[in-house]
Design a protein around this ligand. Sequence first.
Ligand SMILES: [Zn+2]
Ligand SMILES: [Zn+2]
Ligand SMILES: [Zn+2]
Length: 329
Amino acid sequence: MELRKDPITRSWVICGDEPERSSTTDYFCPFCPESAQPLQVIATSPTVNGSPWSARAVVHPHPLYGIDGEPNRSGNGLYDTMQPVGAHEVIVENARHDRHLWNADDREIEEYLALCGQRIQDLKGDVRFKYVSVFKNFGSASGQEFDHPTSEIVATTFVPRRVLYELRAARQHYQVKERCVFCDILKQEQDQKLRVVEVRGDYIACCPYAPRVPYETWITPRSHEAYFERMAQKSGAMRDLAAMLRRTLYRIRTIADGFHMVLHTSPNTMHRSETLGFWKTIEDDYHWHIEILPILGAKAKSYTFKEVYYSPVSSETAAAILRERPTER
Ligand SMILES: [Zn+2]
Ligand SMILES: [Zn+2]
Ligand SMILES: [Zn+2]
């Protein structure tokens, strides 16, 4: 595997011929507490309700990125290549195989969120890493890798494209208006109340004005904060987020078979890159958030061609439907 840069869009892709994995007749889940499979455990959150533990971080059993070495960025004519140096971890969301982020205890989800924050903070201590991504794929059409409830953490030597777009746009908005674009959006959404799914404590769930897929939903803190991991360290700050995440995913699960979820937080500002002059105003111009992109099996065909995103359900209708959906059994 190697990282290649698209010379036109400047986005990095991980590319290579993946070796065939021997299909072992392995009936045991590697992440269940009783599993005999050796895992490299990085961190474990204590139990909150008598289960063996509440969440844990382990090294990905088949990592796409390797922790050792330097990226050795090199050129080949007009093309750029680097080695996939990074960290690839699995966050096991719960000790139980059937407890997901939409049906676990809020306290367990709180531990999961705190652990994500700790892992981001820790990985950002490595100056080679410019960004730490946390994401989850759920459902057969999503690229879900394991049956056990899991998320993934990837630390990379580059900032992923979507985050770069957001950082550039947020900085430009700030240069013109001296305000955070996300705070401005939240203010308008809370005034208009057309696309708000739920407000809970310091958090708001909204369908974005221009969604990429039907029922796309974002969870954002209502007070300005550029770094998720900093907020996660504040005592009690994840309590409302845990409930909000559980309720929102429950609503989405009543509509969609699967989803992609991604956390967007600020890049590693320990890594002072001159070429990306983002860091000067990032405290004020960027605002962390969680994006959830549902996968609607039956309607997937109509928007798989992503030249222009097409959502056959408006954000206003999506928010109205999601508001009425149950949030627990
Ligand atoms: Zn399991
Ligand atoms: Zn803000
Ligand atoms: Zn984002």
